[in-house]
Design a protein around this ligand. Sequence first.
Ligand code: WTA
Length: 663
Amino acid sequence: MQEEQDVELEARLEDRERFEPPESFVEQANVSDESIYEAFDEEWPECWEQAADLLDWDEEYETVLDDSNPPFYEWFTGGELNASANCLDRHLEDRGDEAAIEWVGEPTDEENRTYTYEQLHREVNEFAAALRDMGVGEDDVVTMYMPMVPELPIAMLACARIGAPHSVVFAGFSADALATRMNAADSEYLVTCDGYYRRGDPLEHKAKADEGLEGVEHEVSDVVVVDRLGDTYDHPMAETHHDYGDLVADHEGAEVEPVARDAEDMLFLMYTSGTTGQPKGVKHTTGGYLAWTAWTSQAVLDIKPEDTYFCSADIGWITGHSYIVYGPLALGTTTMMYEGTPDHPERDRLWEIIEEYEATQLYTAPTAIRAFMKWGTEFPDKHDLSSLRLLGTVGEPINPRAWKWYYKHIGDESCPIIDTWWQTETGGMMVTTLPGVKDMKPGSAGPPLPGLDVQVINPSGEEVEAGQAGHLTVQKPWPGMLRTLYNNDERYIEEYWAEYSDTDSDDPEDWVYFPEDGAKIDEDGYITVLGRVDDVLNVSGHRLGTMEIESAIVGVEGVAEAAVVGGNHEVKGEAVYTYVITEDGYEGDDEMRDRIVEGVEDAIGPIARPEAVVFTPELPKTRSGKIMRRLLEDIANGDELGNTSTLRNPDIVSEIEAKVSDD
Ligand code: WTA
């Protein structure tokens, strides 16, 4: 039945490579005039005043862009504003009684909570007052290690209110990963929770946080613990540990004047994976970032205040920061938060939520869409999804088949799909169609947004011809860009600029941002992103560094050497494949395999769990001793092997291949 439907769908949609935006959408779209592209080119960089105008400024900015010291660009310089005031206070008059956050919890609907703007404002103020009393000052980094509970965005906004940058660590990361990030940011404060629900069962979290705290090298002044599970677990609370509920109650009715922050002051840090074992602390600022997320939320997600907008990402990643919290709240809309997974209690959970709340947009990831496809159309078919007006995806390429499935079975062929390419570092969307303007081409993200100079170039820095592949680059700065890597300007230049820039020049024309993605461009300027060209994997839309995983494996007793590559995976996109050489005296047996998997989970978290552990006496290496990852990828994918003639040890390849097919 399912297959028949797919065949029918494919037959009808298969040959279509181009989809016009639905008329009904265009008529009401926030942006529907094509002239914006030309206008932004002509008026660059002043065009970005349009983004800044979406915000309330305490002090007007003097200059749109200061590019005198590339690549340390500054936007809206001289301006002052507060992100929490922009997301809350200014909406109170018109939207005080409207929902700011609709939170859908697990395991029962009884717990669902609605926070009106008024209520959210109140609790943010109370918690901001508590943080301040605790001694948190401007520019003190507060770490949050929390799942999808409302107290997470509340804590973020409370920090923003008093000018303390936050650093949110995804709750699925391990204790070690928490410690690494708190150490790197010199963060003395932590907000966490006792636990949360996963597929109906309580999951302990505070013990993991405590374990992480043991690995923090400096003194941690205070730890705030949100009570999510009541008495499920008995937690020891040290003297410096405080109950969130008590703190808020103690500060009932408190009002905290939002601190006017310089446009270039740090709003938050977000650690992301790079090619070394050490995660990168991406720094985002108050003015440029907030303007960027607000503008893209309006122009691309088409958010209007009366919408009920649903992004199914986790706030622990950049997508949740930009498009659950800051962008939507800056526009005064209703943003949804879902605590659980899409398959619990049934595989129709998201569709049930969309129907119940009459959600107007859904922004999700290709990995989720592939899972929905696998589960079948019976689940969305059970629900009325006609409230949806726009669909979006982010995090990895979406193949045309999944795109068409999403278009047909979720959008009923009447919602535009935005396939948005961007990164933690870009702060917000960069390459995607404006849904009320541009035709869509399944599989291709689209043209760059107006005002962005994105080019696909070859190794000598020239633009490639239509149909050819090259490196994706951004040739001009944009307001939402990262400003540096925390405390590491040198690495910032090295990682993102050195490849294609003249690093001695102070002419911005000589500076090119390289996001480490490969891409193709077509005759209409549509960009198809092909994936990372560095050693970073994309597992279920999550970014993982192969080096981070390798160093975790090498840390396991009995491991001499390890290589990690990505192999294709039907649902996850990429899966972690590991090749391991054991030390003399150690067997590559099941016990060893378990210890390796555990080692990776301890160092990073279950998201990095290896799909396969292959023991091998050697790794394929070039004569100069470099591991040939390409070959290991080919083996993982069961592909025909690339060139092996430059190998020092060509025989090892067939030996490894034989082992993989045995497993
Ligand atoms: C990949 C997530 C293809 C890309 C917002 C990028 C994509 C990395 C897309 C950033 C897309 C993101 N099509 N690839 N629409 N969106 N990527 O920092 O490789 O977690 O560099 O940010 O995800 O991942 P990050």
